[in-house]
Design a protein around this ligand. Sequence first.
Ligand SMILES: Cc1cc2nc3c(=O)[nH]c(=O)nc-3n(C[C@H](O)[C@H](O)[C@H](O)COP(=O)(O)O)c2cc1C
Length: 172
Amino acid sequence: MSTNKRELKTLIVYESKYGCTEKCAQLIQEKIKNTEIVNVKNAPEDIGFYDTIIIGGSIYMGKIQRQIKAFCRRHVKVLAKKRMGLFICCMFTGEKAKQQLINSFPKELTEVAIAKDCFGGEISYNKMKLLDRIIIKLVTKSPESEIPKLDKQNNASNLSIEKIDYFVSTLL
Ligand SMILES: Cc1cc2nc3c(=O)[nH]c(=O)nc-3n(C[C@H](O)[C@H](O)[C@H](O)COP(=O)(O)O)c2cc1C
C-alpha cells in the first residue's frame, strides 16, 4: 500500500496598486508550505487543483479592484467548496473596514471563508500617482478622516502583522 499522500496546495490571488497587498500576499506565502502566488491578471483558469485559495485586494474609494470581483464571480461555485481565506488592505478600521470587507466579495464566499480580515494598509506617497496624492491630501485634512495622519514624508501605515499571523494560523 502506498503511503505517499499528495501535498496540500495553496494559491494566493491578489491585486495591489502600490504594493501593500502584494507584500501581505508574500508574507502569507512565506508562512504556508506549497503556496503559489499570482497577480489576479495571471491567475490560472483551472483552480480545481488547489486545496486552499486565498484572495486579497485593496480598497480605493470604498471598493476592491474590479479584477478581484470578476475573479470571485467567475469561480464562485468552485471557490465556495474550497478552504478559503479572504483579505483586504485598507486604511479604515473598525466597523467601516469590516463593511468594506463584506462588500468586496460575494456573500457565498464571505459566509464560508475559514479566514477573513482587514489587515490595515499603507500610504506610500512617493509611489503614488498625482491624482491619488491629491485625494489623500484632501481626505487626511478633514478632522473626520478615517485615514491616519500622514508623517513628514506624507506616508502612513496601520498594517498589522499580528492580523496576518492570526489569519495564517486559522488556515493552517
Ligand atoms: C486614492 C486613494 C483612495 C483610498 N480609498 C480608501 C477607502 O475608501 N477606504 C480605505 O479604507 N482605504 C482607502 N485607501 C487606502 C488604501 O486602501 C491603502 O493605502 C492600501 O494599503 C493600498 O494597498 P495597495 O498598495 O496594495 O493598493 C485609499 C488610498 C488612496 C491612495
